[in-house]
Design a protein around this ligand. Structure first.
Ligand code: SF4
Ligand code: SF4
Length: 441
């Protein structure tokens, strides 16, 4: 490198680090304002604390994200496992505890969030024509987090068109379909509906209570039931056959969107051991069985007017909602990002991922092809696979990667220095060529 280029790079780096520090200070001020709002100031001065809490933290986050555009694109391995945030160290555990604590309060003790909920009232009235509740607060934080961290992600992986497009896609679906559209529906006095979530992930959409409620809500409600059924039973198999599960997990889903953006700093923490692969398969398919059972039991109960099952089906569905819908998907699935990696829920719990995975494994055009001769066994691909797949093991043998859990995020390919890995939708025939069934005990 010439002297001039070295000095430019150094200037860029020091500018980036100053911006980064300013961003962190602004973000911390936003969090401090949120804590003051929670202590009661949000009730007294809602608008002021809305701007202080959300405005400052968003501005800080954006400034921090912007610095990624100033640094070289691509993964930076430097010290990744020496940094307490990234290596499941003490700071990661503390961060995990804060995340988990927030979810516990959100689900079961929302009264402690009152100050911050009131701070979002004006925004809620503007969007939905009604005061905020804890879920509106959560939706606002969730969407802002996906947007800010999405911009950071785009800066980091801007060399890869695939990464830029799919990140813009999850940002769009989260903002438009999971935040704004349900709010507009409420404003129009229509049922709140999330067009980007389907059964079995949004399990209640095929439960008799929800179906009856939508059917009694007029033409829009009919369309919602129709949309849910078409997406679950027709679009899901067709799209997964053609593109693999990535069409949903890496382009549409809000849980996947959060994992890819907010969870990106933790993706390397996913466990790559055979034991966790085994646990993953038992766990994710058990959840699918449970949600299917809950749905079938509720419909039997509905047709027999409760004469056969009594309260059993209702209690069963409630337990599913509590243990899987709230504790597993909400508290553990997101709260444990810093410890177990970014896709804890998608990998071990999501019943939608289980269905998509079954199609992907047995009936799909999708695969990751490997040009084994080029592999230098650096291990970047395995390290950064958020689903805990030992990608290198396949690359070394030059085998196609056909795994039910692969969400098609493409990060393995983006971080490979030798261009070994390619995500492809090819003719279904020949998919298993050169493929040896992995030995799993
Ligand atoms: S194998 Fe590659 S594309 Fe699949 S989940 Fe892992 S990193 Fe993403
Ligand atoms: S496939 Fe690429 S990233 Fe993975 S070990 Fe080989 S050279 Fe490294």
């Amino acid at each position: 490198m010439k002297d001039e280029q070295i000095s430019m790079a150094l200037t860029d780096n020091s500018e980036a680090s100053t911006l980064q520090k300013t961003g962190i200070i602004l973000f911390a001020s936003g969090i401090l304002s949120a804590i003051i709002a929670l202590a009661g100031a949000g009730n007294a001065q809602p608008v002021l604390f809305f701007w202080l809490a959300f405005g400052l933290s968003t501005a800080g986050g954006l400034l921090y994200a912007y610095t990624y555009f100033k640094n070289p694109s691509g993964i930076q391995n430097n010290g990744i496992f020496k940094n307490g945030v990234n290596n499941s160290g003490v700071i990661a555990w503390l961060t995990g505890l804060v995340f988990t604590g927030f979810y516990i309060i959100l689900y079961w003790f929302p009264q402690y969030l009152e100050g911050l909920i009131r701070a979002t009232d004006t925004f809620s009235v503007l969007l939905r024509n009604r005061p905020a509740d804890q879920w509106f607060l959560y939706g606002t934080i969730y969407t802002l987090a996906v947007l800010v961290m999405g911009i950071r992600f785009i800066g980091k992986y801007r060399h890869s068109r695939y990464q830029v497009i799919r990140t813009l896609s999850v940002m769009f679906f989260q903002t438009g379909f999971a935040f704004l559209l349900p709010a507009v529906l409420l404003r129009l006095n229509q049922p709140e509906f999330y067009f980007s979530y389907f059964w079995p992930l949004k399990y209640s959409y095929l439960f008799p209570n929800d179906v009856n409620y939508f059917l009694n809500s007029g033409a829009v409600g009919y369309f919602m039931v129709f949309w849910g059924a078409v997406m679950t039973f027709i679009a899901t198999p067709l799209l997964t056959y053609n593109y693999g599960k990535r069409w949903y997990c890496s382009f549409v889903c809000g849980c996947g969107g959060l994992a890819e953006t907010v969870g990106d700093p933790f993706r390397q923490n996913s466990d790559k051991s055979l034991l966790s692969w085994k646990i993953e398969r038992y766990s994710v398919h058990s959840v699918l069985v449970l949600v299917s059972l809950a749905t079938i039991l509720l419909w039997i109960n509905s047709y027999t007017n409760g004469t056969v099952l009594g309260n059993f089906s209702g209690s069963f569905a409630k337990s599913y909602g509590f243990f899987i819908g709230s504790i597993f998907s909400g508290v553990v699935g997101t709260g444990f990002y810093p410890i177990f990696g970014s896709r804890v829920w998608c990998r071990f719990g999501c019943p939608m991922a289980a269905i998509l995975g079954i199609f992907q494994r047995f009936k799909s055009k999708f695969r990751i092809t490997t040009n084994g001769g080029q592999c230098i066994s650096c291990g970047n691909c395995s390290t950064y696979c958020e689903m805990g797949i030992d990608v290198r093991a396949y690359a070394q043998k030059g085998e196609n990667i056909i795994r039910a859990s692969c969400v098609g995020c493409g990060i393995c390919s983006a971080v490979c220095p030798r261009g070994v890995l390619k995500l492809e939708n090819l003719d279904e025939k020949g998919r298993f060529e050169g493929y040896t069934k992995p030995e799993i005990n």
